[in-house]
Design a protein around this ligand. Structure first.
Ligand SMILES: [Zn+2]
Length: 67
């Protein structure tokens, strides 16, 4: 189960992160991730981070386009 599956199961996808992350997407655009689940506005790649990992951008994972 990936990070997005976990936060969806916990029902916290739209909960705000303690600190927003600047995500450098694979499509070379940068966007601000402010919730546990977020989607790149340019290419629709979905990112997620669990509450235990939410202290560091290194724990953010990309799980797929329009996941
Ligand atoms: Zn993107």
């Amino acid at each position: 189960m990936n990070a997005v599956d976990k936060v969806r199961r916990k029902g916290i996808s739209t909960n705000t992160l303690p600190t927003p992350f600047e995500i450098m997407c694979e499509c070379d655009s940068v966007f601000t991730m402010s919730t546990h689940e977020a989607k790149c506005p340019t290419c629709d790649l979905v990112y997620g981070v669990t509450p235990c990992g939410a202290h560091s951008v290194e724990n953010v994972v990309a799980v797929g386009y329009n996941y």
